[in-house]
Each structure stands twice: as structure tokens, then as C-alpha cells.
Write a protein that binds this ligand. Structure first.
Ligand SMILES: [Zn+2]
Ligand SMILES: [Zn+2]
Length: 391
């Protein structure tokens, strides 16, 4: 099963379940429009979500509580319960809560546990921070994306959200059962692990996460996993989703941003979607250096020939991550233009086209840097071997 399937497959009937719950009021926003607007909260629901709405999710996916939050660029649905703050995460959580408390004074400074509303508010806060990070990486702002495709000027897609018409959505389930029922209701397929989907008619992308297993139940691992998936859907959305970018570039970017969120986190892509995977080396920097020093690192040309995640292998993922870090850290402006070029290819009729991406990639490396694939390998390897501050 490929993520982000373009056409709708047969859609499974959405089972009916429990009754809608009584509307709970957020203890931090308190339904106060001034507080909500200060905190960047557009709504706590109800609102449209996936191909349905939040009320239908409450009615048909039984759990102890569903809560919702919409910000400027994202919509969230969460059935997460409480989470104890791990000793190792105290400082990070305190800093995050401080950013939230600057907008919402009722947020506690050092709680031992995070309640469901706080967990959702923190995800929403970090979600917008991540959106800003992603836009900075692309060297774009909201102003670059018109609501409709422009007749002239650079091609930027078809909508305000990186090129899509609607906001990015993330649904976090406490049970795999609900995740399966939810995703099959619009995709027609049953998936075990995190799932990404593009709704062609609605022009938006969604991530559904089953936070049931130990590795995704806690925020410390859940968040970087969400970041990995958001990086994929945001890159897919850039200039409107029409075809898959080269897998090394897509995975390199997702892993780079995931590791910015937590250096030890690594999300692999399963048969059906994506899952957290603990099999990779704990220190990617050391692993990349080892590959380069022993001359076992794959060449860019080899990575570019991979069409599926599975073809990359762990050495390929480490290398794709390191090559991406090299481009972000040393050639950020050109890297932004590389991503723009890869995602914005039009054919001679002005339609989006994923034709000959290896050729397009070759031309872009030549145009932006004057590099052949072999020149890139040389530059990247030298960078990997050069002493640098730990990342
Ligand atoms: Zn709130
Ligand atoms: Zn991935």
C-alpha cells in the first residue's frame, strides 16, 4: 500500500458506534474568544475533518473523549488520555508549557501529568512552529501561495496551504481499532500503522496515527513521529500533490526534521504506511561518518535510482538523512530551490508532471551548483569527514 493514494478506492461503510459526548469546555481557552485568538486557536470544534466532520468522529469512533483544535494551518483531533511527564523530558516540557502559558495564563508551570487538553494544545502549538520551520526551509511564506492557481508568475500550486486548498489534518487515536476504522472509512484499505492520505476533491492531506503501542503512547516519541509524517504530507502538498518526489529526498527530509524534534527517533515506513522503528543506529552522525570512512556509503546516483522506501535500506536512510543535512546546513537557499524545482515541474501544456524525475534532479543539481552526481558525492563526503559541532 502506498501512502497518499491519488484516487479514492472503494470506501468501506463507516460503522455506527456510540452517541456523541457532551461538549466539554477547554479549561485553558475557556471558550473565551480573546484567549483563543491570542493562542492562535481558531476553534475547538466542531469542524470539517477528513471527508466527514468532528461530530461524526465522536459519534462513530468510541473512546473516552475526543477533543479538537484548529489553528491557522492545521486541524487536530485527539483521543489521547493523560501522560505522565517523564523525568528526562521535564525541561523540554517546561519550556513548551511556558510558550503556551504566555498565551493562556491557566496553563500550569510544572505539572506531573499532562491532561488531554494540554497534550492537544502542545501538539497544536508545536504544529504551527513546525509549519513555520517547514516554510523557512522552503524559503516561502503564506503570501507566496494564492488561493487559486495564478495565470502568470511562478507556479505555486492551487491553494493557500503550501499549494493545497485546505489545512493539514492530524488524527491521533488511542486504539489501533479506531485508526483502522477511521482510515478505511475514506481509503477503503485496512492499515495497521500511521497512514497518510490526499483527498483529491478536497485538496488537503491528512495523517492518522494509532498511538496504541508503547513506542507511540508517550509524547516524547509520538511528537517526532508526527513530525516525520507532517514532513511527508507537507512536502507532498508543496505546489499541490500530483506525483511522488524521489524517495531519497522525501525520506531524507522527513528523517532530518524528525531528528530535529528528537535526535534518537526514527520512523520507518511499513508495508502499509509508517511506523516507528528502533532498528536504526542511535547516532546517525557517527553512522554516516562510518559509512563514508569505510567507503560503503551509497552514491547519490544509487539512491536516486530507488523508487520504494524498502530499496533504501538502513545505510541508504542514514545517507539520505546526512545528504539532506548537508544541503540544509551548507546550501539552504539552493536546497529550497531544489525542492521547488522537483515539486513544481509542469509539462508543455502547463499541467503538473512527474515525468523523468531523475533527469530533472540531474538538471537541477547542475543548474544550482554545477554538480554532477559524482561531484555531489565528493562535496558531501568531504563535509561528513570535516570536523563540525555536534548536531
Ligand atoms: Zn483550548
Ligand atoms: Zn518516511
Amino acid at each position: 500500500m502506498k501512502p497518499l493514494v491519488l484516487s479514492l478506492a472503494l470506501v468501506a461503510a463507516f460503522q455506527t458506534g456510540s452517541k456523541p459526548q457532551a461538549g466539554d469546555v477547554c479549561p485553558y481557552c475557556k471558550n473565551d474568544p480573546a484567549l483563543m485568538s491570542a493562542a492562535g486557536v481558531v476553534s475547538h470544534g466542531p469542524f470539517a475533518l477528513a471527508d466527514k466532520d468532528s461530530a461524526e468522529i465522536v459519534a462513530k469512533l468510541p473512546t473516552s473523549q475526543w477533543i479538537f483544535l484548529e489553528t491557522a494551518h492545521l486541524r487536530w483531533a485527539s483521543s489521547l488520555g493523560d501522560d505522565a511527564v517523564d523525568q528526562r523530558d521535564k525541561e523540554r516540557v517546561a519550556a513548551e508549557l511556558e510558550r503556551l502559558r504566555a498565551k493562556l495564563p491557566a496553563v500550569p508551570a510544572k505539572p506531573k501529568r499532562l491532561d488531554p487538553w494540554l497534550r492537544l494544545h502542545l501538539m497544536a502549538l508545536k504544529g504551527e512552529e513546525f509549519y513555520a520551520r517547514f516554510q523557512a526551509l522552503l524559503r516561502v511564506t503564506d503570501a507566496d501561495f494564492p488561493a487559486e492557481r495564478r495565470a502568470s508568475g511562478p507556479y505555486m500550486g492551487a491553494g493557500k496551504f503550501l499549494g493545497e486548498k485546505d489545512k493539514f489534518e492530524v488524527v491521533v487515536h488511542t486504539t489501533r481499532d479506531n485508526h483502522k476504522r477511521f482510515t478505511s472509512s475514506f481509503s477503503g484499505v485496512l492499515v495497521n500503522d500511521s497512514f497518510r492520505w490526499h483527498f483529491p476533491g478536497l485538496h488537503k492531506l491528512i495523517v492518522s496515527v494509532p498511538a496504541e503501542d508503547a513506542d507511540l503512547r508517550e509524547d516524547r516519541w509520538l511528537w517526532p513521529h508526527v513530525v516525520h509524517n507532517l514532513a511527508h504530507v507537507m512536502f507532498a502538498a508543496y505546489k499541490h500533490f500530483a506525483y511522488y518526489p524521489p524517495v531519497w529526498m522525501d525520506e531524507g527530509l522527513a528523517v532530518a526534521l524528525e531528528k530535529e524534534a528528537h535526535y534518537e527517533s526514527l520512523t520507518g515506513e511499513g508495508e502499509e504506511g509508517s511506523l516507528r522503528d528502533s532498528k536504526g543506529p542511535s547516532d546517525f552522525g557517527a553512522a554516516a561518518l562510518k559509512l563514508v570512512a569505510s567507503d560503503k556509503a551509497p552514491r547519490l546516483a544509487e539512491l536516486s535510482a530507488c523508487h520504494e522506501f524498502g530499496e533504501l535500506g538502513i545505510d541508504g536512510i542514514v545517507s539520505a538523512w546526512s545528504m539532506t543535512r548537508f544541503l540544509i546546513d551548507e546550501h539552504g537557499d539552493e536546497y529550497a530551490r531544489l525542492l521547488a524545482g522537483i515539486k513544481g515541474q509542469l509539462d508543455d501544456k502547463g499541467m503538473q508532471s512527474g515525468a523523468d524525475l531523475p533527469g530533472l534532479q540531474r538538471r537541477l543539481f547542475q543548474e544550482l551548483w554545477g554538480w554532477s552526481a559524482a561531484d555531489f558525492d565528493t562535496a558531501w563526503r568531504a563535509w561528513v569527514k570535516a570536523p563540525k559541532a555536534a548536531k
